[in-house]
Design a protein around this ligand. Structure first.
Ligand code: BGC
Length: 375
């Protein structure tokens, strides 16, 4: 627990973690996280928008567009490879993380993740809906990413946790559906591209039928496990209302299997990364779902999520990726500590989702800076 102003600390951690290029470092002080992830960055940009920091968000969108344009030839080759029944090459597909100058990050852990580009399109759509404008350059990048996802979405890729590369993940499908929907609302060119329109419909059909008759969504088709990243289907992507029966069943499983006695949220039961701790960003997602569901007691549930997150901040107000208080696999922590030290802190994505939950609750999230255009 800390008595520092966590909103100010969060805004400052994010501000100082954004490089002049517009990229966000996942965590400036954690050796493995000195890169900019499309996934983390898109969620951070959306939180900044909610906190009134549209100008900083727009610089991230411009950075992603520059990465996409620099990768254009590889993206076209990836689309072609998949059309011909093959797999995209490592040097061709969009990577999940880049150095802040836009070069691909290290490839000693999985680099092919199809959720990040979808989350970026979704965040860009939110930016424009909130009054921002996307420059022709950014729009052209978004349209290229749309064609890329339209071709690649059925290809297995690692999930939001950079694991299980041989599966098509439900949470990834949801991100890509949210992204393509946002793009179709943004761009007449995308609407005219039959492949993009067809992919949007196909992903929707696949997502709704995912589970093979099961009542709840699972990590991937054929998996029995539930994963807390499935919360994003309702919040923030808003693909369904939290009361939708399959989402309600998924939420019930997440509450029963992944919420600790203290209220923090685990990723999935078999998680061993840092012993499978409780993640601040997932606890914020759960809080946002409660606010949107808005049943009696839900606001208090969301406020408890907020209080749990606040309690995990250090004396300086900095927030970690996860805490191991109720680790699922305490025996697995030692190996991670020996390799990399304690969990990443501060993690920009944790701070960002804290701000987003506050905004969802209608609590002050920061001063409006009024800047709204993307250049
Ligand atoms: C997480 C990813 C995240 C990355 C950077 C990984 O450990 O599993 O979701 O994008 O860290 O924060």
């Amino acid at each position: 627990m800390t008595d520092v102003d966590l909103v100010s600390v969060s805004l400052e951690v994010i501000r100082s973690g954004q490089t002049p290029s517009g990229a966000f470092l996942a965590s400036p002080s954690f050796s493995q996280y000195g890169y900019s992830w499309l996934r983390d960055g898109a969620f951070i940009a959306d939180s900044l928008l909610l906190a009134g920091k549209a100008e900083a968000a727009s610089r991230f969108h411009a950075w992603v567009a520059s990465v996409v344009h620099a990768s254009a030839a590889g993206i076209e080759r990836s689309i072609e490879a998949v059309r011909e029944g093959g797999r995209p090459g490592t040097m061709d597909y969009l990577h999940c993380r880049y150095t802040t100058d836009g070069s691909a990050g290290p490839d000693d852990w999985p680099t092919f993740q199809l959720d990040g580009p979808g989350i970026w399109l979704w965040a860009l759509g939110r930016h424009v809906t909130a009054g921002g404008t996307a420059s022709p350059d950014i729009l052209a990048a978004a349209e290229l990413v749309g064609r890329y996802l339209a071709a690649l979405w059925p290809v297995p890729s690692s999930d939001a946790w950079e694991e299980f590369p041989d599966e098509v993940h439900t949470s990834t499908l949801a991100a890509d559906l949210a992204g393509l929907r946002a793009l179709l609302a943004l761009s007449a060119t995308a609407r005219a591209e039959l492949a993009i329109v067809a992919a949007e419909a196909a992903i929707a059909a696949r997502l709704w039928s995912q589970g093979d008759g099961r009542t709840a969504w699972t990590k991937w088709t054929g998996s029995d496990a539930v994963d807390a990243s499935l919360l994003w289907i309702a919040a923030p992507y808003a693909l369904v209302d939290p009361g939708e029966p399959r989402f309600a069943a998924t939420l019930a499983r997440i509450e029963a299997e992944l919420v600790s006695v203290d209220g923090g949220v685990h990723r999935y039961r078999a998680d061993t990364f840092y012993g499978g701790g409780e993640w601040l960003l997932l606890t914020a997602s759960l809080g946002r779902v409660y606010v949107r569901r808005d049943r009696p007691g839900d606001r208090d549930r969301a406020l408890r999520c907020l209080a749990w997150i606040e309690a995990q901040a250090g004396p300086d107000g900095e927030m970690p990726e996860q805490v191991a208080t109720n680790a699922l696999r305490p025996d697995a922590i030692g190996a991670w500590l020996a390799s990399w030290g304690t969990s990443a802190r501060p993690l920009l994505w944790s701070h960002a989702t804290y701000l987003a939950l506050r905004a969802e609750l209608g609590l002050p999230a920061g001063e409006l800076d009024g800047a709204r255009s993307i250049s």
